[in-house]
Design a protein around this ligand. Structure first.
Ligand SMILES: [Ca+2]
Ligand SMILES: [Ca+2]
Ligand SMILES: [Ca+2]
Length: 455
């Protein structure tokens, strides 16, 4: 085994001349690559210099993406290693590998970033990641998809960038992945997110009395938790409204209180079907800090939520929650906080918090697979929970607005609210947030306001 060569910092400052290569797929990132060991295509080591350019207008946390290097292992067992000059001991990076069935690749090494890796500003290019993959014996590199005899840094589309947590060939953010050879796991090799069964509702109804709405959704009218004891759950707290001056319709959920339990109403909209398990769940959703009417009182702690659930009484109970607390609560004082929480009957729960106002429209994308649960907000991964939280049976999709506690000192009526523009589910495939947006755009272009092919 050779020692992995560490390029000098001086050499790293000289580079980056775009090669003008045409890049297919999404283009949030451009990968630049130098083969540090171009002289040894048939030895025991791959040595790739990799750097990422953020092509978007937004700062992107590196922890939200991964880099995949694709190769054939020629029957050997690879051991990935790396140095990264931004943090000399490679802190900020972890490496893993996985199997794949694709043209030029039966395996890939995935570079992941911890929060310590920071963010890439718009237009910024990272320092090089020095990726080494050792095999313990000679292998052929020239049959590897990501291999190139490229002796200085230049654009390279065959090393790819994906959303963290995505399936091997999915969640594309930069470069062109190898073509899938057979399989049909729904991962798709086209970066376009091949979907075999899906559920979509643009909430294009006149009212909740519409037969279409009633055939897919149920409005809670029975008392009980969660929320303030004695509060009512009112079907009439859900309605369909116009999106401003447009004809696009929104599902609006309202909760009201006058500071007393009996004067408090909550709302739940639950799918009639309990058939959603693995796949991509998504909703474009408006959280609000302001009230619809009356004063905003920080003594009112309440929850605006999009979530999945199985009956709490079930031995197979599971749940994945986006729960936004505009007025704080649950130990957060008055600080607006998003709770991202996964539940399992036997394993308890795991939660991450984002302490910031989320007022306004957001696209929520949830990946649920046997590997675990990943929460995205506006394309940025905000939480990842392990396989112990993967649901074991079909789940419902739901929205609620409910009160944790009330400001009982003020008897002025006030109404809080949230809006859902659309909801989407793709069965057994993990779509990137960009792919979800593309699906919804496609439905709208085709004038599809609702669709359900999920068995
Ligand atoms: Ca080599
Ligand atoms: Ca090979
Ligand atoms: Ca809509």
């Amino acid at each position: 085994m050779k020692t992995i060569w560490k390029p000098s910092l001086l050499a790293l400052l000289s580079l980056v001349v775009p090669a003008g290569e045409s890049l297919a797929g999404t283009a949030d990132f451009t990968v630049q690559y130098q083969n540090y060991n171009a002289a040894g295509p048939n030895d025991d080591i791959v040595e790739a210099g990799i750097q990422l350019r953020n092509n978007t207008a937004a700062s992107i946390p590196l922890s939200s993406v991964v880099v995949r290097y694709w190769f054939t292992n020629n029957g050997r067992t690879p051991s990935p290693a790396c140095w990264w000059w931004k943090t000399a001991d490679c802190a900020g990076i972890t490496l893993t590998s996985g199997s794949v069935s694709a043209t030029g690749a039966d395996q890939y090494v995935e570079v992941r970033f911890t929060s310590a890796a920071g963010s890439l500003a718009p237009g910024e290019t990272s320092v090089p990641i020095d990726l080494g993959i050792t095999f313990g014996a000679s292998v052929n590199e020239t049959d590897d998809y990501s291999y190139g005899n490229q002796t200085s840094f230049a654009n390279w589309s065959k090393i790819t960038v994906h959303d963290a947590g995505s399936a091997p060939l999915s969640g594309l953010r930069g470069g062109t992945p190898p073509s899938a050879s057979g399989g049909g796991d729904g991962g798709g090799g086209d970066g376009g997110g091949t979907v075999s069964a899906e559920f979509f509702d643009d909430f294009s109804y006149t009212s909740t009395a519409d037969a279409g709405f009633q055939s897919w959704w149920q409005l809670r009218n029975y008392a009980g938790g969660p929320g303030v004891s004695g509060a009512q759950w009112l079907p009439s707290n859900a309605s369909l409204v116009n999106d401003g001056t447009t004809s696009n319709r929104l599902l609006r959920l309202r909760g009201s209180t006058n500071g007393t339990a009996s004067g408090t109403t909550q709302v739940e909209v639950l799918s009639k079907a309990q058939k959603f398990r693995y796949g991509t769940y998504a909703s474009r959703f408006r959280f609000n800090d302001a009230t619809l009417s009356g004063p905003r009182l920080f003594g009112d702690k309440y929850v605006e939520t999009f979530f999945t659930i199985t009956p709490y009484s079930s031995p197979n109970y599971s749940e994945q929650d986006y729960e936004y607390l505009p007025n704080g609560g649950w130990g957060q004082g008055n600080t607006s906080t998003m709770f991202l929480t996964s539940w399992d009957r036997n394993k308890g729960s795991r939660s991450n918090q984002v302490s910031a106002s989320h007022a306004g429209w957001h696209t929520l994308v949830l990946h649920v697979s046997p590997s675990g649960i990943v929460y995205y907000i506006d394309g940025v991964q905000r939480a990842s929970h392990g396989p112990e939280y993967a649901p074991t049976i079909g789940q419902y999709i739901a929205y609620q607005l409910w009160f944790i506690e009330l400001d009982t000192s003020n008897n002025t009526s006030r109404t809080y609210y949230e809006d859902a523009d659309w909801v989407y589910f793709a069965k057994d495939v993990l779509l990137s947030p960009n792919q979800v947006e593309a699906k919804v755009s496609g439905f709208r272009s085709a004038a599809v306001t609702r669709k359900d092919t999920v068995p």
